[in-house]
Structures are given as structure tokens and as C-alpha cells.
Design a binder for this molecule. Structure first.
Ligand SMILES: [Zn+2]
Length: 147
């Protein structure tokens, strides 16, 4: 029996029987255990969802790509982004849903070749968590803008 499996969405190599969701839970646990690590919480959640786009609606995925650009390229803080996007995501005037459903979910026009996944963040351990999450976000931004 093979002792590894590959996540069909992000390509992460996983021990058999484990899913990416468990990697996500592990990262949340580290943040809970060590509150300074939650400084990159917004990036971690965004990265994980961008690599599992079915979790978003099509509009949610487009919005997530905009957020990644605002964080990684423009260098905005979560507070600045919230301020800038207030009108766009205010649920009382938003006609679209952020999360995907079985019939309406996000997907990329072309398959994306990811160079880093949640598994690479986990192998760095909690001591490298902040740096790895930043590198993960950069790698996703590059993978999505690669011609
Ligand atoms: Zn995955």
C-alpha cells in the first residue's frame, strides 16, 4: 500500500488517510496555542481557500484573488483592506455569496501549478509558521499571475 496520497485540489502530499482539512485544523491549533502566530491568520485562511477554490462561490473566488493582491502586492493590513472593501462586502448591499455550493463554486480557468501548499507550512513547524505563511501567500500570488 502507498503511504502517501495527493490532495486533488492543491497537490499537497499527505500521509494516507489525512486530508488537507486536517492541515488547516493543525494551523488553527498552532494559532490558538500561540496567539502571536495568529498575526498571519487572515493570510493562512485566504491561502488555504485559494488552493481549494470549490470552497468559494465564483464571485467569492474573484474577491479572494483581489484580497490576495491587496495583502501581498499592495501590502495592506487587514484593517486597511476592511476599510477599502467595506461597500463591496457589506452583506446588506451584496448580491453574491462568498461560499461555494454544490452547484455553484469557484474554479480557475486553467489548472494552476502551485509551488507551495499547506503541507509545506506544516513541515516548517510552529517556529517558522509566520514566515512560511508569508512565503505561501507570495507563491500563490505568483502562481496565479504566471502567464
Ligand atoms: Zn489540498
Amino acid at each position: 500500500m502507498d503511504s502517501e496520497s495527493i490532495c486533488p485540489e492543491c497537490g499537497a502530499v499527505l500521509p494516507t488517510g489525512q486530508s488537507c482539512q486536517e492541515l488547516f485544523d493543525q494551523m488553527l491549533f498552532w494559532e490558538w496555542e500561540s496567539p502571536p502566530l495568529s498575526e498571519v491568520h487572515h493570510l493562512m485562511v485566504l491561502c488555504f481557500h485559494l488552493q481549494h477554490p470549490h470552497l468559494y462561490s465564483p464571485e467569492g473566488l474573484a474577491y479572494a484573488r483581489q484580497l490576495l493582491d491587496q495583502f501581498v502586492v499592495q501590502g495592506l493590513s487587514p484593517a486597511e483592506v476592511r476599510q477599502q472593501n467595506r461597500a463591496q462586502v457589506n452583506s446588506s448591499n451584496r448580491a453574491w455569496k462568498i461560499t461555494g455550493t454544490v452547484v455553484s463554486f469557484g474554479a480557475y480557468e486553467h489548472p494552476v501549478r502551485w509551488t507551495m501548499t499547506a503541507a509545506d507550512v506544516i513541515t516548517g513547524g510552529p517556529e517558522n509558521y509566520g514566515a512560511r505563511v508569508h512565503a505561501w501567500a507570495q507563491s500563490i500570488q505568483q502562481a496565479l499571475t504566471r502567464p
